[in-house]
Design a protein around this ligand. Sequence first.
Ligand code: ZN
Length: 244
Amino acid sequence: MRTAVISDIHANLEAFESVLDAIADLGVGEIFCLGDIVGYNANPNECVDIIRDRNIACVLGNHDACAAGLEEPDSFNPVAWNALLWTRETLSGVNKSFLLQLPREQALRDCFLFHGSLHDTNRYLADSYEARRNFRLLERLPGGPRIGFFGHTHVMIAFTDERGVVTTDRSHDLRLSPENRYLINPGSVGQPRDGDPRASFLVYDSDERRIAFHRRVYDIRASQDKIMRARLPTRLADRLAWGL
Ligand code: ZN
């Protein structure tokens, strides 16, 4: 069984549609989403509509929680704050209700999905220290899942726990050993931050036990034009071209 794993769409419809086309081209039918459907870019309703209409399994991200009014954006920088207020005004009631019912964490097949860190949507899982903490939490979950998929940092990365030793892989494909545990981030669809502006996602093949990371070009210019027309901060348009 092959499953595409996507995260941090952030209301970037052009990037999202391009990634959905890529997933269809690969013949992959199932998609898991790791949260932050909205925030930063200009098409929050359209992106939530797609997740809802296609019944894509999804967990709640920190921007989703703030946009739906579940949390206040106290830790947001001024640019993210500005975009959040715009998103709150723009999101339909139906889509806010949809975001409100998303689970923060979800066990699906042999995987466990969450947004930031286990039990903390807002915390960044970006180094071996935090990975070690999350491996311990993963182990204690019912069934002791061996694969955790997470987002939030917008950077493709895989942490491997091999008998207590944590190693890191960036953006190359992985063959998964049944002995080890893995924490894997597919990067961001709508606002990559690793210096590569292309949208990112991964495909997990549970039969072959493989992870393949993918990048996909999209019409960045169209997304930038929408940001400017919506009078969202210019920096949000600029950073799409840099991938930062
Ligand atoms: Zn995000």
